[in-house]
Each structure stands twice: as C-alpha cells, then as structure tokens.
Design a protein around this ligand. Sequence first.
Ligand SMILES: Nc1ncnc2c1ncn2[C@@H]1O[C@H](COP(=O)(O)OP(=O)(O)OP(=O)(O)O)[C@@H](O)[C@H]1O
Ligand SMILES: [Mg+2]
Length: 213
Amino acid sequence: MTKIAFMSAKGGVGKTALSVAVASATAAEGRTVALVDTDPQISGSATPWLRRVENTTLMPPTLSYWDAGSTEAAVSGLPSLDADHDFVILDTPPRLDEVSLRTIASLVDLVVVPTTTSDQDMEAAMQTIVSIRTKNKPVIVITQAPPSAMHDAHALQTQLRERGFRVANTITRSLVAARRAYRFGVLPHQVPDQNAVSDVINLTTEILTAAAN
Ligand SMILES: Nc1ncnc2c1ncn2[C@@H]1O[C@H](COP(=O)(O)OP(=O)(O)OP(=O)(O)O)[C@@H](O)[C@H]1O
Ligand SMILES: [Mg+2]
C-alpha cells in the first residue's frame, strides 16, 4: 500500500484538482484507491466533487473531515484503509500549521506540493517543503501554467531544480476543460480536452513512480 499526500501551505494551488486527478487515473487502471479528504471546506473540496461524478471507479472519500469531525481525526483513520487499498491519496486543506504539515508528511510515502507559476505560490511551495523535512524528497508539481507561457513554467522548473528541489517533468496546463471538471462533476482524466487528459496521465505515471522509489 502506497500513500501520497498533496500538500501546500498555500490555498488554491491545485491540491484538490491534482489529488482527484491522480487518484481517479490510478483507479481507472484497475488499482484500488481511497481518496482521503481532510479539508473542511464546504465547496471546492474532493468530497462534493466526487459525489457528483457518475459511473466512476473512484468512490467519494471513505474517510473525510466531514465523517471524522476534524483533519486530525480523518488522518488518524488512515491505518484502517491499509488492508483494502493499493493506494491512499490524501487531499489536504491550505494553511496547515507546521506541526500538522509534518505529522501528515510523516505518515505517507510521498508528499506532492503543487504550485502555480506565481512567485507567491512558488515561495509557499518551497516553505512547505522546508517545514516538512521528510526522508523521501517531496515532489513539486508546476500547475495551471498558461499554455501561451510554457517557457516561463519551464524556466521556473529549471530554477527550482538548480536550488535542489525535486520537480516533476510534467507541467499541467491551465485549460478551460480542467477548470470545468469540478463544476460539471467530471473526473480530470475524462474531460473533453486531450491536452488536459494527457497532462493527467503523464503526471500520474510520474507520481506513482516517485512514490514507489
Ligand atoms: N489545470 C487547470 N486548469 C485550469 N484551472 C485549474 C486547473 N487545475 C485547477 N484549476 C482551478 O484552480 C482552482 C484551484 O484549484 P484547487 O481547488 O484544486 O486548489 P486547492 O489547492 O485544492 O485549493 P484549496 O487550498 O482552497 O483547497 C479551482 O478553481 C480549479 O478548478
Ligand atoms: Mg482543495
């Protein structure tokens, strides 16, 4: 069983979009996946999203803030998922304090830290990684890059690597179909845009490989 957490001290960087994307693309490959939603937000979190999806192999979270009553209680239920799942993917809330960041990070095989190309989000990603201090280096994923400015996203990727950070090769693009996935209750690997789908598939392959090593 492999556990992966999507975390950042910053809000709105794509934790939910990417955790649902990686979880659902993995489930579509025939693996048993539990998505754990530790976010108390009523809107924009994984639970209301997955409840609207029809005909899916990825069920709404079996473990969530809403059932457990708190982020800590949801996290403490993780061992109960071990026996029945190949993968457990955690979506986490923004603005976790340093102790909570470290606690969650210590329970998983890999931490994924999404960032957009904005300087503020990138700083938050680096700060999150410094706070976490895990043995397995967290992976930064550059998300929502404007397709017209991919050169800027690649420059950021190079800069982060030069500073010693581990950065996914896949940069997910900012695409209308990806943005609408939550609104229409569609899974990210099933949106009607081949570019958005290929971003999800490429990223999922990379993340699963990183989590296994
Ligand atoms: N590839 C993409 N293209 C376009 N829009 C995107 C993409 N990925 C995410 N978004 C949009 O960006 C916004 C923020 O994404 P998301 O909710 O996943 O961030 P988050 O880090 O989970 O936020 P929070 O910290 O509030 O939980 C959402 O409106 C989402 O639809
Ligand atoms: Mg979220």
